[in-house]
Design a protein around this ligand. Structure first.
Ligand code: SF4
Ligand code: SF4
Length: 281
C-alpha cells in the first residue's frame, strides 16, 4: 500500500485463513480494548487497550535470562513444588528486554502497535483466497469499535480494494461511532450475550440498553447482520435467555440469522498467562 501519514492502532493478533468469522476464507484482525468485561471472555488479552507482558509456563525452561536482564527487578524465579517466573506487574514498565532475551518465547507482549498500511499489507496477501471463497477481512477483538478511527480506516481501505468487510462487535458504543464506520461494513457480526439488563450488568459490567438501541439502528439501515450468542453454562445458555434473545432479534427483523457459539475451554490458559483470576471457573 502506498504510504503517507497513517493512523496507528493496537492489535493482539492477525489470523490468516480464518473460516469462523464470516463467509469464506478471511483474515481476522484482533484489536485490543473492550468496554465490557464478560466473566467468560475467551480473549482476556483483548480487554485492556494497554500492552503488557504474559508468561506461558509450559514454554519456560527456567534459564533465568529474563530475570537477569530485567532493569526493574520485576521478575523472579520461584522454585516451589514447580519452577516458574513470577511477574511483579507493579514494577514492569514494558521495556521488553525479557521478551527479547527469552529463548523460548515463554514471555511475550500481549499486543503491538501497528499502522493501517501494515495491516492492509497483511490482509492483501490472501486477496486471491478471498475472491475464490467469497471471503474477506473481519475486525474483531477485544472490541474493534473501541478504536473507531483505526477500524474505519482499515475497513475503508479494504472497501477500496474490493475486499469484503465484516466487523464483530458487542455494539456497546456511541451511535456516532456506528455511523462513522457503517458505510465501510458489508456484514455486522453482533455478539448478543444476555437479554435481561440486570443480568447483563452482573456478568459483563455494563447495561445492554445502548446495545439494543444500536442493534435496532443497524437493522433499520438494512445492513446485513449475523447474530452470535455465546453459550456459557448457566448464564447465557438457559432456555429463557436464548429464547429472549431470539425473540428480540426476530421482532426487529425475522430474516436475521442467529448462531449459537460453543465456549472455548482453552480460554482459561490465557488467564493464567496474564496472571489474572478466571472468575468463570
Ligand atoms: S518488560 Fe522490561 S520491565 Fe517488564 S519484566 Fe520484562 S524486562 Fe522487566
Ligand atoms: S527467559 Fe524465558 S525460558 Fe528463560 S526463565 Fe525467562 S521465561 Fe523462562
Amino acid at each position: 500500500m502506498e504510504k503517507t501519514t497513517e493512523t496507528e492502532g493496537i492489535i493482539f493478533k492477525i489470523k490468516r485463513f480464518s473460516v469462523h468469522d464470516g463467509p469464506g476464507i478471511r483474515t481476522s484482525v484482533f484489536l485490543k480494548g473492550c468496554p465490557l468485561s464478560c466473566i467468560w471472555c475467551h480473549s482476556p488479552e483483548g480487554i485492556s487497550s494497554d500492552i503488557s507482558i504474559w508468561y506461558d509456563k509450559s514454554l519456560c525452561i527456567a534459564c533465568g535470562k529474563c530475570v537477569q536482564i530485567c532493569p526493574n527487578n520485576a521478575l523472579e524465579i520461584i522454585s516451589d513444588t514447580e519452577t516458574y517466573i513470577n511477574i511483579n506487574r507493579e514494577l514492569c514498565n514494558i521495556t521488553g528486554d525479557c521478551v527479547k532475551a527469552c529463548p523460548t518465547c515463554a514471555i511475550q507482549f500481549t499486543g503491538s502497535k501497528i499502522g493501517v498500511y501494515d495491516v492492509i499489507d497483511e490482509i492483501e496477501k490472501d486477496f486471491l483466497y478471498y475472491k475464490m471463497s467469497g471471503g474477506g477481512v473481519t475486525l474483531t477483538g477485544g472490541e474493534p469499535l473501541y478504536q473507531p478511527d483505526f477500524s474505519a480506516e482499515i475497513l475503508e481501505a479494504c472497501r477500496k480494494k474490493n475486499i469484503h468487510t465484516a466487523i464483530e462487535t458487542c455494539l456497546f458504543c456511541e451511535r456516532d461511532t456506528i455511523s462513522s464506520i457503517s458505510d465501510y461494513v458489508d456484514l455486522f457480526i453482533i455478539d448478543m450475550k444476555i437479554f435481561d439488563t440486570a443480568q447483563h450488568i452482573r456478568y459483563t459490567g455494563k447495561s445492554n440498553e445502548i446495545i439494543k438501541e444500536n442493534f435496532r439502528y443497524i437493522a433499520k439501515s438494512g445492513k446485513p447482520i449475523l447474530v452470535r450468542i455465546p453459550l456459557i453454562n448457566g448464564i447465557t445458555d438457559t432456555e429463557e435467555n436464548k429464547n429472549a434473545c431470539v425473540r428480540f432479534v426476530h421482532d426487529v427483523d425475522s430474516r436475521i440469522q442467529i448462531e449459537l457459539i460453543s465456549y472455548n475451554p482453552l480460554a482459561e490458559n490465557n488467564y493464567k498467562r496474564l496472571g489474572i483470576p478466571f472468575i468463570l471457573k
